[in-house]
Design a protein around this ligand. Structure first.
Ligand SMILES: *Cc1c(COP(=O)(O)O)cnc(C)c1O
Length: 389
């Protein structure tokens, strides 16, 4: 199925809603039937038929079809957040006494899901350095049920060799799941590499406009039925029809937004990489990145996130650089139209700060859809005083 068809037409039954080009927001919690027989039939297929919106909604269904097709998956379920999607997918694969292997430094709430929430229910997790496939092999136990990947991760961008880990897991009858938020299905297709479940924070690129929080889980029909019948319907963290409609609108421009950041981000990276105030730069598509070859092999194009470490003597000097930036908003998240920075110095005095993991002079960047010249000029003026100091 070609990308243009998926984005513009798949799942859109326009004859059912007055041929409107943009689909309606089916703002209804429940759906009525002409006969008891029809109602019985619908109730037996709650995942595929509109009976109650927690299970199925026509606006959400359009999006499910498109996202499944984008990931090359049989099915897709949509959630109220990326965290809800990850939690549902992970929880559906384990029970008390089981073991999970997760890549080190995953998204912070994924870490809490595994090492705090699931730990309370007797599920143990081993965190491994995912840069070497051998580390996964060494961590496998007889009760290992899931290997959870995030490639690249969202601060320092370490990768895993996805195909190799998926193959290892299959040999041991272990399921694999990956957080594919960084790359999007346009740049990385984990299911084709043998991964069983793909999760996204749709709050990032898939929606792309910083105006909603949502999550995606793509997998086989059998796995989706399992998740649907347990975590999805029980925990009920579903996307609302309004948000599904907004996300459909955002998705229309995903290919051009990803093309744009692939073209502009490397220019900003090149500028910063040669800047005397920058001591270290992390970007999978920079030739200086230790896993550059793997990035080229398993991702089609660069994305807009990278990080730097600045040469500065104090937290105040870092703060001042960030405060001087006019075009980069000080905010978490990424994947929208606007360029962002997340300085680790904001965590420096907080209980969340993990000094051993990320240093205080570390700043995560996201390049939005602005002109590169404007962004580079902004960086130039913000960094200049650091050189005089
Ligand atoms: C933001 C993010 C999440 C969590 O998604 P929410 O939509 O905020 O719940 C998970 N993984 C990664 C890599 C993220 O960046």
């Amino acid at each position: 199925m070609d990308l243009s068809y998926i984005i513009n037409h798949l799942g859109e039954e326009r004859s059912e809603y007055f041929r409107s080009v943009s689909p309606p927001i089916m703002q209804s919690s429940n759906f009525a039937f002409d006969s008891v027989a029809d109602m019985r039939q619908a109730l037996a297929h709650e995942m595929d038929v509109s009976f109650y919106t927690r299970g199925h909604n026509p606006t959400v269904a359009i999006l499910r079809k498109k996202l499944a097709a984008l990931e090359g998956a049989e099915e897709c379920l949509l959630f109220a957040s990326g965290s809800a999607a990850i939690a549902a997918g992970v929880m559906a694969t384990v029970e008390a006494g089981d073991h999970i292997i997760c890549v080190e430094k995953p998204y912070s709430w994924t870490n809490k899901l595994l090492n705090q929430l699931l730990a309370r229910f007797g599920v143990k997790t081993t965190m491994v350095d995912g840069r070497e496939v051998a580390n996964f092999a060494a961590a496998i136990q007889p009760n290992t049920k899931l290997i959870l990947l995030e490639s690249p991760n969202s601060m320092t961008f370490e990768l895993q060799d996805i195909a190799a880990v998926a193959q290892l897991a299959r040999q041991h009858g272990i399921l694999t799941a990956i957080d594919n938020s960084y790359a999007t299905p346009l740049n990385q297709r984990p299911i084709e590499m043998g991964v069983d479940m793909v999760m996204h924070s749709a709050s990032k690129y898939l929606n792309g406009h910083s105006d909603l929080v949502a999550g995606v889980l793509c997998c086989s029909r059998a796995l989706a039925e399992k998740v649907f019948g347990s975590e999805f319907m029980t925990l009920g963290g579903i996307i609302a029809p309004q948000d599904a409609w907004l996300m459909l609108r955002g998705l229309r421009t995903l290919p051009i937004r990803m093309d744009r950041v692939a073209a502009t981000t490397p220019k900003v990276v090149d500028y910063l990489e040669q800047h005397p105030a920058v001591s270290k730069l992390y970007y999978p598509f920079s030739t200086s990145f230790p896993q550059y070859e793997l990035a080229r092999k398993q991702m089609k194009a660069p994305a807009g996130q990278f990080s730097i470490e600045l040469k500065a003597d104090t937290v105040e000097a870092i703060d001042a650089v960030c405060d001087r930036l006019q075009y980069f908003l000080l905010a978490c998240s990424w994947g929208g139209h606007e360029s962002l920075i997340f300085p680790l110095s904001t965590l420096y005095t907080s209980a969340n700060y993990q000094a051993s993991v990320l240093p205080w002079n570390f700043i995560r960047f996201y390049i939005g859809l602005e002109d590169t010249e404007v962004l580079i000029k902004d960086l130039e003026q913000a960094l200049a005083p650091l050189l005089d100091a």
